[in-house]
Design a protein around this ligand. Structure first.
Ligand SMILES: [Zn+2]
Ligand SMILES: [Zn+2]
Length: 166
């Protein structure tokens, strides 16, 4: 439970500060809408009873703030996964809310691992680091192409490569 929670907090920390500020502004804007603008426009007529109105205002403001934070999270998260961050951020903003968010969490790529040599983010199927050229996967002694550690034979030239796996 504590572990789960600290992981959740770590994930929250990737949200850029600008999005955090935007969510606070969003919260304040909805509160102003509920307690200043709507009463003003409606001349205090036809509003639900005060406690319900206050509750509705707080819930709407919280939903707005959480939505902005989630969009900020998706922006930062898609970026660190090597996805098109701007495109995904626009998609989750434009697609009707829950659908865009669900689509993102279903379709997002796995997290990139840092290169053991230079810490550059590495895609899962990379054989060499694009930044420093560090070999990330073993290569075939015969044809030099990258192979997986559990291969017994090279899938490119057919030579036996098994037995070297560690
Ligand atoms: Zn590297
Ligand atoms: Zn080979």
């Amino acid at each position: 439970m504590t572990r789960q929670r600290s992981h959740f907090e770590e994930e929250l920390r990737i949200i850029p500060t600008g999005w955090g500020i935007a969510s606070v502004i969003g919260f304040a804007a909805v509160e102003i809408l509920f307690h200043v603008l709507i009463p003003y426009w409606s001349h205090h007529h036809d509003l639900p009873p005060q406690p319900w109105w206050t509750l509705l205002g707080v819930v709407s403001a919280l939903v707005t703030a959480a939505t902005i934070l989630l969009i900020g999270y998706i922006y930062a998260d898609s970026k660190r996964r090597g996805m098109n961050a701007v495109l995904w951020t626009l998609l989750v903003i434009l697609i009707p809310k829950p659908i865009g968010f669900i689509a993102y969490f279903l379709l997002r790529k796995p997290l990139l691992e840092p290169c053991p040599n230079c810490r550059w983010p590495i895609g899962q199927d990379f054989a060499y680091c694009p930044k420093c050229g560090h070999a990330l996967a073993p290569s075939c002694a015969n044809c030099g192409r990258a192979i997986r550690r559990d291969y017994m034979c090279c899938p490119f030239c057919g030579k036996t490569v098994g037995g070297t796996a560690t």
